[in-house]
Design a protein around this ligand. Structure first.
Ligand SMILES: Nc1ncnc2c1ncn2[C@@H]1O[C@H](COP(=O)(O)OP(=O)(O)O)[C@@H](O)[C@H]1O
Ligand code: SF4
Ligand SMILES: [Mg+2]
Length: 333
């Protein structure tokens, strides 16, 4: 192994090579191929933005990284290492340390992620005790500190609350407090603000960003909003139909997208390209194909405005960060 290769490996907290996810199906003898040959890496302390329409495979990738996809799923990879350990060969008792301990996750809807019948105190203290070897009263003190860290005032009172007594923004702050209670190395935030009011969204994202920087924590931030990615994460990857279609530095990709899908996503953002007054936003015609109804060749070809005959012949490899035979050259105006 060369010195440089070893150095890169040491720097990467997460190293994913050719991750494939399949679902067993009653209707099909062969499992359905969902996520295909996904490769990416993440350094300690780095935030990676992940974007793509619904049904692109973003959440199932995250669930695979947490080892919670369930029996119906088959997960394979050439490498899926986290902090130097191969995740796919962990035993269930080893997973229990990693999941919620070293890798934590927050979800779209905090209200459904919290148990409605248990107080905030019970839920945070339970998480802490499951992972840290400290007493119950120490765990309670830590819970109070954590609530203060995530911007909850009167934390002692809040500990006594049930989830229904919290606003959506406050519930997401509690989820974040629980997620960071074990000082995870990696936080997966899967559309953490989609269920929240616009005014609260920015506060929550700013909170995640500040915790990432303060704790040198790595973050995978899934969002369908490229504006959020450009503001909060240095690097971005665009997913489409279970495949990574474009990846790069956010600042460059936003100005100069090469994949027609990325171009479409960016063009459909309000204010992205000049529009005549009262004309509708540009949008990408059609929908993401279901995994069992994939088109032949490039997965985006039925919706692509730049499609050519060769795009339909075989699957397209990703080269220099773009999965496209005819990458776009023009910059967004
Ligand atoms: N257990 C499962 N069995 C079969 N298909 C599934 C299963 N879980 C998810 N899927 C399929 O995977 C698709 C993509 O899922 P998901 O990762 O949630 O997309 P995204 O987060 O990008 O919106 C879903 O639309 C669904 O069709
Ligand atoms: S490979 Fe062809 S169909 Fe696919 S995105 Fe590129 S130009 Fe469009
Ligand atoms: Mg999702």
């Amino acid at each position: 192994m060369s010195e440089n290769y070893q150095k890169t490996r040491q720097q990467n907290l997460l190293e994913i090579k050719d991750l494939n996810i399949f679902f067993k199906s009653d209707k099909n003898p062969a499992p359905i191929h969902a996520v295909r040959d996904l490769s990416f890496s993440l350094k300690q302390g780095e935030m990676l933005g992940v974007v793509g329409e619904s049904g692109s495979g973003k959440s199932i990738t995250n669930l695979a990284l947490m080892g919670i996809l369930g029996d119906g799923a088959i997960v394979k990879a050439r490498e899926c290492s986290f902090n130097g350990r191969e995740l796919l060969s962990l035993k269930e008792h080893e997973w229990q340390k990693v999941r919620g301990g070293e890798i934590a996750m927050i979800f779209q809807d905090p209200m459904t992620a919290l148990n409605p019948f248990l107080t905030v105190e019970f839920q945070i203290v339970e998480t802490i005790l499951a992972h840290l070897n400290i007493s119950k009263s120490e765990a309670k003190n830590r819970a109070i500190e954590l609530l203060l860290q995530v911007g909850i005032t009167s934390p002692k009172d809040r500990l006594k609350s049930y989830p229904f007594e919290l606003s959506g923004g406050m519930a997401q702050r509690v989820m974040i407090a629980m997620a960071i209670s074990t000082s995870p190395k990696l936080l997966i935030a899967d559309e953490p603000t989609t269920a929240l009011d616009v005014t609260i969204q920015k506060q929550i994202l700013t909170l995640i960003k500040s915790l990432q920087e303060k704790n040198n924590m790595s973050v995978i931030l899934v969002t369908h909003d490229l504006g959020v990615v450009s503001e909060f994460s240095e690097r971005v990857q665009v997913m489409y139909a279970g495949e990574l279609v474009e990846t790069g530095l956010t600042s460059e990709l936003i100005k100069n997208p090469h994949h027609p899908y990325t171009f479409g996503l960016l063009s459909s953002r309000p204010g992205a390209v000049e529009r005549k007054a009262k004309t509708p936003l540009a949008s990408i015609a059609g929908i993401v194909p279901a995994f069992h109804q994939r088109p032949f060749g490039c997965q985006f070809n039925p919706r692509c405005t730049h499609v050519q005959e060769d795009c339909k012949l075989k699957s397209i490899p990703i080269e220099q960060g773009v999965r496209c035979l005819h990458p776009m050259k023009e910059a967004l105006s």
